[in-house]
Design a protein around this ligand. Structure first.
Ligand SMILES: Cc1ncc(COP(=O)(O)O)c(C=O)c1O
Length: 383
C-alpha cells in the first residue's frame, strides 16, 4: 500500500515506469518540521521554503502552495517562473544560484519582491548594476561540509574549495561592493550539504557557529537562511533525523539574535513522499549474481548510481516463497545502471511490479532522455 492505494493496482491502472507522490506524507513532513520549530520557540521566527529543485511536478507545487505552509527556494529563472505559474508570488520565493548570465539576472530583476541571494562578487556587482538600493542576501561558505554518513559527494563546502558562496577572506570585499551599489545586506544564506541525519548534528552545530561570524559582521542582517540538507532514512539501520535536537541547536544560537530563520528543505519534504513503480522485464543469473532487469534506467532515478544513495526495492505484491539474493538492474547500456546491489527479496517473476522507495526527490527532476529511455509518468495521490 502507498498513500492509501494498492501499489500493484496502480501499476495495472496507470502503467510503469511511474512516480507516485503522497499528498498526505508531504503535509505530514511539513507539519513535523513546523512542530519542531514551534516546540523550540521558533514558530514566529522561521519560515519554510521548499527547495523545488528536488521535485518540480506542477500538481505537487500547486498542492504545496494550497497548503499555505511553505514558500519556495528556486535556483534558476525557469524555476522561478514555474513556481509563479503554480501559484506562488515572487515575494514567497528566495533565489540562490551560481554562474548567472546577464539574461538570467534581467529576467529576475523584473520580479518585484523576489529575494535574491548573491553567491559571488560577480553576482553582487551585476545585481547592483541592474538596480541600486535593493535588499540582498549573501550566500556564504563556511568551509565545513555535511552529508549523509560522511558521503562527500553530498558536501557543498569543506576542505576542498567549492564554487558555492563567499568565503570569509572575501567577505569584507563583498560588503564593500554591496555598499558601492547601495545594496542593503539583509540576509546571510548558507547550504553546506545534503542528507544529514542525527549522527551529523554535531557537525551541523559547528557549521552554524562558523556562520555566525558572517551574521555578526553586519548590523542590517534580519534573516538567516540555514539552507536545506535535512535527510531521511534510506536503509533500515538509518534512524530518522532527531528534529527536536536539530531545532534546539537553532534556538541555542539564534535566540539571542533578532533574526528570522529560513529553512529550505527539498529531500526532507518530498523524498519519502514518493516511490518509483517499475515492472520486471527479465530475471537471469550470470556467474554468481541474479540480475532482475526492470523497465527503467538510472537516468530517471540518479541518486543510487551517482550519489551512492540506496533506494530500497520492494515487490509491489510479494509472492510466497524463500527470499533470493538479487541485484536490480536498469535497461540502459551503462555500467552505472544498477539500482541496488545484492538484496534479499521475496521471489519475483517477469511482469511483476517493483517499487523503489525514496524516489520523491532528485529523481524525476534530474531525469534525462539518455538512450531515448527517458519516459515516465507522475501522479500526486490523495488517500
Ligand atoms: C541552495 C540550496 N538550498 C537547498 C537545497 C535543498 O537541499 P536538500 O534537498 O538536501 O534539503 C539545495 C540542494 O542542493 C541547495 O543547493
Amino acid at each position: 500500500m502507498f498513500a492509501g492505494h494498492d501499489v500493484s493496482r496502480l501499476a495495472d491502472r496507470h502503467g510503469t515506469p511511474a512516480f507516485f507522490y503522497s499528498a498526505s506524507r508531504l503535509t505530514a513532513n511539513i507539519d513535523r518540521l513546523h512542530a519542531a520549530l514551534a516546540a523550540a520557540g521558533l514558530e514566529d521566527r522561521s519560515r519554510l521554503l521548499y527547495a523545488m529543485k528536488a521535485n518540480r511536478f506542477a500538481p505537487l507545487l500547486t498542492y504545496l502552495k494550497a497548503t499555505g505552509k511553505v514558500g519556495i527556494d528556486a535556483c534558476s529563472p525557469n524555476e522561478v517562473e514555474h513556481a509563479i505559474s503554480c501559484g506562488f508570488q515572487p515575494d514567497e520565493i528566495s533565489f540562490t544560484n551560481t554562474s548567472l548570465s546577464n539574461n538570467d539576472l534581467q529576467r529576475l530583476t523584473r520580479l518585484d519582491g523576489l529575494s535574491m541571494n548573491c553567491d559571488s562578487l560577480h553576482a553582487i556587482r551585476k545585481w547592483g548594476e541592474l538596480g541600486r538600493g535593493r535588499d540582498i542576501g549573501i550566500r556564504v561558505n563556511p568551509g565545513i561540509g555535511i552529508g549523509r554518513a560522511d558521503n562527500d559527494k553530498l558536501h557543498y563546502s569543506g576542505a576542498n574549495t567549492t564554487k558555492f558562496g563567499i568565503y570569509k577572506e572575501q567577505f569584507h570585499e563583498a560588503i564593500a561592493l554591496a555598499r558601492q551599489y547601495d545594496l542593503n545586506i539583509t540576509k546571510i544564506h548558507f547550504h553546506t550539504g545534503c542528507g544529514y541525519l542525527t549522527p551529523e548534528l554535531d557537525c551541523w552545530e559547528g557549521i552554524i557557529q562558523e556562520c555566525l561570524w558572517f551574521v555578526d559582521q553586519i548590523e542590517t542582517v534580519k534573516i538567516v537562511n540555514v539552507g536545506g540538507g535535512l535527510g531521511v532514512p534510506h536503509v533500515a539501520t538509518d534512524k530518522p533525523l532527531d528534529l527536536p535536537k536539530w531545532a534546539q541547536i537553532l534556538t541555542r544560537h539564534f535566540a539571542p539574535r533578532p533574526v528570522t530563520l529560513e529553512i529550505e528543505p527539498g529531500d526532507y519534504l518530498v523524498k519519502d513522499s514518493g516511490i518509483l513503480l517499475l515492472t520486471v522485464n527479465s530475471i537471469e543469473t550470470k556467474r554468481d549474481k541474479c540480475f532482475v532487469g526492470v523497465n527503467a534506467g538510472f537516468n530517471i532515478a540518479l541518486e543510487p548510481a551517482v550519489y551512492g544513495l540506496p533506494f530500497l526495492p520492494l515487490p509491489a505484491r510479494p509472492r510466497p516463497g524463500a527470499t533470493q539474493r538479487v541485484s536490480i538492474a536498469g535497461h540502459i547500456n551503462e555500467a552505472l545502471d544498477i539500482f541496488y546491489h545484492d538484496i534479499d527479496l521475496p521471489p519475483l517473476a517477469e511482469d511483476d511490479g517493483l517499487v523503489l522507495m525514496n524516489a520523491g526527490a532528485y529523481s524525476s527532476s534530474m531525469a534525462s532522455n539518455h538512450c531515448m529511455r527517458g519516459e515516465f509518468k507522475e501522479f500526486l495521490l490523495f488517500s
